[in-house]
Design a protein around this ligand. Structure first.
Ligand SMILES: Nc1ncnc2c1ncn2[C@@H]1O[C@H](COP(=O)(O)OP(=O)(O)OP(=O)(O)O)[C@@H](O)[C@H]1O
Length: 909
């Protein structure tokens, strides 16, 4: 590299073509490289080379290099800067590219292009000396060097004057000061032009100034312009004393501004304008005083910060968000209850109770505009229209709608945002939603509140408490914003599949509206009013092209779907539409082909088929063809061919379900096996059922396989709950298990059209259970005729649609006796004509712990000693030996045996 004429750069240089940013000698610039030629240069030259020489490249401004490899070479500027690649960083996101940090060495001009591919290689002529960087500042151009000396002195003084107007605490200003004194004068024009706020066009002028004199003059005029600009700014600042000096006209320490487009012909620097525009916006968005104060403080910091600081981007993003938030922008409610009713009715069939409550809510809003109303929470199985009712409410109010999916969120920062001190911090979903809708009174639908998670990152449900509390949410503080935002105008609606998993505190703040599943008839109506027209439209079909008769829809509902909502029904109708769309499109092609035949054109044989006649009617055969064989073909009655099967009703978050319980027995040692992924409560129900049946075996003439009155003697029992992969729990299968086992022990078939639900006790009582409405609808869907349910659940039947109530028989029961009577044709042996024995009424008097560790529970019987003794003789008294002692027996309460030992029921604790 060294020769007799001083330090030389290589005469052949690979060229990096840049269309953004200008590299000047003595400064460093970061370039993003993604065009094919430049990528090749990096990979083949910079990354492969091992010598210092291989890191020296020419950086030459050019027009944009085309992305396509076959295209011509872009226009190159006549002068470039040789530079040394100090750092190469590669990344694949968002597309493969490298980022190069290059330090400029000296100017060069291109003498001859040697090759254009894979990267540009040129013969160059060095225009500047390189020694200037190695000579001490004192040995460079000085005041004694005639005109050049004077010019350099003037330039130096101007630079010092500029520095005097700047804030020395800003790092880039301090660096400027250091360089000014340490570098030789002849390097100053390049270095200063790279550091002060100059446009790319101005930098090109400095690059083109080959002689030192010309360079001093060009850079000096820029420096003077900068100083005048600052003077002017300071004058205006003095007029408004609130504002402080704006002090940083420097570009970020000599680096190109990534992302900015640079064009050789025109370029305007807009950084200053940006911040001013931001400042204007801060004043214009009408934010509360506290927020304004924070914004002004941040703006002040932003102005003092060099753009290269990572914090610059953070502060900028923060301020951008603050000015974008709808602090005072809202839509005007256009509420007309009559129109709302029509709109809700048009959008949704059935759901009367829900629609009534929503209209009440809207009516109150109309009368009292500043409603600090309840937060509605729609709870029901999937696909019953909860989300779409929320959307309709927004439409009736004329408000913006935004859905926030909460399912699976387990970090409270998702709701409240991250503090700005964290890397990659963001505002929470509430603030983000407000930014998206751009008004402060949207309808926010908090979807799936029951699926909120919890983790080490905090509890998002707790963060939602503040959001949903009308008393607190006028000052909701997102961690990212760190100032409060008024959410009181936002209308929150929540949806959930089940109440069970909604945190109690959250549930307490909401008014729950249950949205039950639909009956077959309702689904039929919904299909013909909404789903089919929607799907036809989505598939570009018309009713003239596809006709889905009622019977076919009915068949899809009963044989291809089994759900509480209508989502999978909608999908099936979509599948039918797709199949028809193919036929219609083919038909159109064939019609065209026929037209061409008429015109004499040659058409291939296969195109001559007859186009389908419209409309295409989907009948039973077409359905089977499109959707395949029916998915739910099985008749419930077919399962009841053997003793030991009973039909229960279960509730799941997805709606009601019918549930078969199967039992079989074999020779063994009296063991009970339970399968079907059962929870503890359900297992206990099974044990209860067996105990009760054993205790009452004589009464009901239940026997084991060889006719012995203890059904378990020499016998093993296996109870199975099909759909073995689905976890099941809860006490409501009690009556079904009893019926199933009674059928097994008596070898009688259970009625195939009866389904049942209810919790049992050891004394043979049937207790109420939940989810009656969904369970009965599931029974109705499955074609069951009679439903056995606890007497205390009778009130729940009122919620059922009238047609379901009329078509089903309901047997309400208080005891297992009545269950067995209803479940078997002609009643059950032993229950027939038996007057119901009065139940023993008892209460816990005390619990006793004896020194040997045995515990006793002592009951007082209301009917007195006589009644108790009578029961001691009869089998039901066995039940008392199984009373759970562990929860009742409090050792502190134990003092003495209060009643005769014969009155006690005993179990080891
Ligand atoms: N009563 C109805 N009338 C008309 N369309 C309905 C009705 N109920 C549901 N739909 C339609 O069913 C589809 C599913 O509804 P939506 O997405 O609102 O269900 P969802 O209850 O919110 O379910 P999820 O709990 O899974 O979010 C929508 O296309 C909706 O229009």
């Amino acid at each position: 590299m060294t020769s007799g004429s001083g330090i030389q750069i290589p005469s052949r240089l690979p060229l990096l073509l840049t269309h953004e940013g200008v590299l000047l000698p003595g400064s460093s610039v970061r370039f993003s490289v993604d065009s094919p030629r430049n990528m090749q240069l990096v990979s083949q030259r910079l990354l492969r080379g091992t010598s210092l020489k291989s890191t020296i490249i020419g950086v030459i401004p050019s027009t944009r290099d085309p992305q396509n490899d076959t295209d011509d070479l872009p226009t190159l500027h006549k002068i470039g800067t040789a530079g040394i690649a100090v750092q190469v960083v590669g990344s694949n996101w968002p597309k493969p590219h490298y980022t190069l940090l290059i330090t400029g060495l000296c100017r060069f001009s291109v003498s001859r292009l040697l090759k254009e591919r894979p990267f540009v290689l040129a013969e160059v002529e060095q225009l500047d000396k390189l020694e200037q960087y190695t000579t001490p500042a004192t040995e460079g151009v000085g005041p004694d060097d005639g005109e050049l000396g004077e010019l350099s002195e003037k330039f130096y003084q101007a630079a010092v004057q500029l520095l005097g107007m700047l804030d020395m605490s800003v790092p880039v200003v301090a660096k400027f000061r250091r360089l000014l004194d340490s570098l030789p004068r002849e390097t100053l024009p390049d270095v200063v032009a790279a550091m002060i706020r100059t446009s790319n066009k101005e930098k090109l002028q400095v690059l083109d100034a080959v002689t030192l004199e010309e360079r001093f003059k060009t850079a000096l005029s820029m420096l003077t312009k900068q100083i005048e600009g600052l003077h002017l700014l300071q004058k205006t600042r003095k007029k408004s004393p609130d504002n402080e000096k704006r002090l940083v006209p420097l570009r970020k320490s000599g680096r190109a501004f990534p992302g900015r487009q640079f064009n050789l012909d025109e370029d305007d620097d807009e950084d200053g304008d940006d911040v001013t525009a931001l400042e204007k916006k801060v004043y214009s968005v009408n934010m509360p005083e506290a927020a304004l104060r924070v914004c002004l403080k941040e703006l002040k910091r932003l102005k003092k910060m060099p753009q290269s600081m990572p914090e610059y981007a953070l502060t900028r993003n923060y301020l951008d968000l603050m000015v974008e938030l709808p602090w005072s922008k809202s839509t005007k409610d256009c509420l007309d209850i009559r129109a709302a009713r029509t709109l809700l009715d048009n959008d949704h069939y059935a759901m009367d109770k829900l629609k009534r409550r929503v209209l009440e809510y809207l009516a109150v809003r109309q009368l009292k505009t500043s409603l600090k109303g309840p937060i509605l929470c729609f709870v029901g199985p999937p696909g019953v229209g909860k989300t779409s009712v929320g959307r309709s409410i927004a439409r009736t109010l004329g408000r913006e709608f935004h859905r926030i999916a909460l399912g699976g969120i387990c970090d409270q920062s998702d709701i409240r945002g991250h503090r700005r001190t964290y890397v990659g911090s963001m505002p929470g979903r509430i603030i983000n939603g407000l930014k998206t809708v751009g008004v402060n009174n949207p309808v926010f639908l908090l979807d799936e509140v029951d699926k909120l998670g919890k983790s080490l990152q905090g509890d998002p449900a707790a963060a939602l408490l503040e959001v949903l509390d009308p008393e607190q949410n006028h000052s909701f503080t997102d961690h990212y914003l760190n100032v409060s935002f008024d959410l009181s105008q936002v209308l929150f609606i929540a949806t959930a599949n089940t109440k069970a998993t909604i945190p109690p505190a959250l549930l307490d703040r909401m008014e729950v509206l249950e949205v039950p599943g639909y009956t077959q008839e309702e689904k039929l109506e919904i299909s013909h009013r909404h789903l089919i027209p929607n799907q036809l439209e989505q598939h570009g079909l018309t009713p003239q092209q596809l006709h889905l008769p009622q019977e076919s829809t009915q068949e899809i509902i009963s044989r291809y779907t089994r759900e509480a909502g209508v989502r999978s029904l909608e999908r099936k109708i979509g599948a039918v539409c797709r199949a028809v769309a193919v036929k219609v499109a083919e038909g159109q092609r064939l019609a065209k082909a026929e037209a061409s035949i008429r015109e004499g054109a040659a058409v291939e044989q296969e195109d001559k088929a007859v186009p389908p006649e419209l409309p295409i009617v989907i009948d039973h055969v077409a359905l089977k063809d499109i959707l395949g064989p029916p998915l739910f073909d099985m008749e419930v009655s077919e399962r009841f061919t053997l003793p030991g099967v009973a039909l229960g009703l279960a509730w799941t978050p997805l709606g009601g379900e019918i549930m078969f319980v199967e039992a079989s027995r074999m020779e063994g040692e009296g063991q009970l096996t339970l399968t079907g992924q059962l929870g503890d409560v359900m297992k206990e129900s099974a044990h209860l059922a067996i105990s009760w049946l054993r205790a009452n075996a004589k009464t009901y003439q239940l026997t084991n396989m060889v006719g012995n009155p203890d059904p378990l003697e020499g016998t093993d029992i296996h109870l199975h709950f099909p759909a073995g992969a689905v976890t099941k729990d809860g006490p409501s299968a009690g009556v079904t298990i009893v019926t199933c086992l009674a059928s097994l022990f008596s070898s009688r078939l259970v009625r195939s059209d009866v389904a049942m639900t209810g919790e049992i006790t050891l004394r043979g009582l049937v207790l109420p259970v939940g989810g009656i409405k969904d369970k009965v609808l599931a029974a109705y869907r499955a074609g069951v005729k009679c439903v056995v349910l606890p007497k205390r659940n009778e009130k729940d039947l009122e919620e059922l649609p009238a047609n379901v109530r009329e078509e089903l028989d309901f047997v309400t029961v208080e005891t297992l006796d009545q269950v067995l009577n209803a479940a078997f044709d002609g009643g059950f042996t032993g229950t027939h004509g038996r007057t119901h024995t009065p139940q023993l009424n008892s209460k816990l008097v005390t619990a006793v712990r004896l020194p040997d560790g045995l515990s006793f529970v002592v009951y007082e019987f209301w009917d007195g000693e006589e009644e108790w003794k009578r029961h001691l003789q009869s089998p039901p008294n066995k039940a008392f030996q199984h009373v759970k002692v562990d929860t009742l027996c409090q050792p502190e309460a134990v003092s003495s045996v209060a009643v005769p030992a014969a009155w006690c029921s005993v179990k080891r604790a």
